[in-house]
Design a protein. Structure first.
Length: 362
């Protein structure tokens, strides 16, 4: 997190310097100190990553560098009006990111298994990060939409809240999830932000959080498993915590004949789970599918992320990573969609019997 903040400061300082060079070359008569002050006041708020101003300043940098590169390739001068155009484009793209982020959709998957299982519908969502970009009414509407999927089991994959959540918001957010419990058993698995690890003074304690979850009828799985009908649900402690069990230890007592769903907030350790032969479906979130285009593609080369988004069939195990039902930090998304996931699992249809044939003799 410290490295990320240093990176943010560095790109804003670079952008101030770059635009200062452009403006003072285009308007040499302007007071250089006034130009530097104006650019600083305009761009420094972009260092605050919990507002829409953050992606706005990011895209000013992106568009400005792209236009500068294009003018160099074409051997054309970079004009001051181009800076204004880049700012306008950044504003428009950020506005699109805000409206797009607010559109939360249902993502459906269907799986078949050769294991003995009753047809089961799972509802999975992660990364609510309440109340970022939401209020009580929009959360209630989202919960109603998810409840109408009529799930048999609800799995919450972590990061319901984060460092910007107050205790009152946490309690109200958890209470808003109660309609899901009226439809099905609900299991919660920790994310890396829920207990506000980056705050010196936390707004709520782990005891406060778990009390609220239990009052809402939500079961907590923290390196634990539970039997739910014909399915075993396993919840891993988040990878950010070094105390979590190794995959082999966590899965040791599980019956490989039962269909097992493992929920891990971060899509990691997939090879160990596959090698165990005991996990049929892994569900994760955390990545937000990058959230900001095109920077999300960096996750494809990040060593601590096995799957950025979507479904990956590993043979005996299927891994699904959701882009999350909301967004982290700033209320905008220009990469991926805000989504909740519905997975229908059913036994494999029996293969049709071969047709009987008779040999004809002439």
């Amino acid at each position: 997190m410290l490295f990320f903040q240093i990176l943010i400061c560095a790109y804003v300082v670079f952008l101030i310097w770059d635009l200062f060079q452009i403006v003072t070359r285009a308007r040499p008569a302007w007071n250089r100190k006034a130009v530097a002050l104006a650019l600083t006041l305009f761009l420094v708020p972009g260092m605050y990553k919990y507002s829409l101003y953050f992606p706005f300043v990011v895209y000013i940098l992106v568009f400005t560098l792209l236009v500068q590169l294009l003018t160099r390739v074409l051997k054309k001068p970079f004009r001051l009006w181009m800076v204004v155009l880049c700012v306008a484009a950044a504003f428009s793209y950020t506005a699109y990111g805000y409206t797009h982020f607010q559109r939360r959709v249902e993502m459906d998957y269907a799986l078949e298994t050769d294991k003995k299982i009753a047809p089961t519908r799972l509802l999975f969502f992660s990364d609510l990060h309440y109340p970022n970009g939401m209020d009580g009414a929009s959360l209630a509407q989202l919960v109603d939409s998810m409840a109408r999927t009529d799930p048999d089991i609800v799995l919450i994959g972590g990061d319901l809240f984060d460092e910007q959540t107050s205790k009152a918001d946490m309690e109200q957010g958890v209470a808003s999830l109660r309609p899901l419990r009226e439809r099905a058993r609900v299991f919660y698995i920790y994310g890396n932000h829920d207990l506000q690890p980056k705050r010196r003074v936390k707004t709520y304690t782990q005891a406060d959080f778990e009390r609220a979850l239990r009052q809402a009828g939500i079961e907590i799985l923290n390196d634990e498993s539970a039997v739910c009908g014909s399915i075993t649900i396993v919840g891993r402690q988040d990878a950010a915590l070094k105390t979590r069990l190794e995959a082999a230890d966590l899965l040791d007592s599980l019956d490989p004949a039962r269909f097992t769903v493992l929920v891990d907030h971060q899509p990691v350790d997939t090879k160990a789970l596959l090698d165990s032969g005991k996990v049929d479906l892994m569900l994760s979130g955390h990545t937000h599918n990058g959230q900001l285009y095109p920077f999300g593609y960096l996750l494809d080369v990040y060593w601590n992320c096995d799957l950025r988004y979507g479904i990956n069939d590993e043979g005996r195990m299927t891994a699904i990573t959701s882009s999350g039902v909301n967004a982290w930090g700033f209320p905008a998304r220009t990469m991926g969609t805000s989504e909740y996931v519905v997975v229908d699992i059913k036994p494999q249809s029996p293969s049709p019997a071969p047709e009987n044939s008779t040999d004809r003799q002439s």
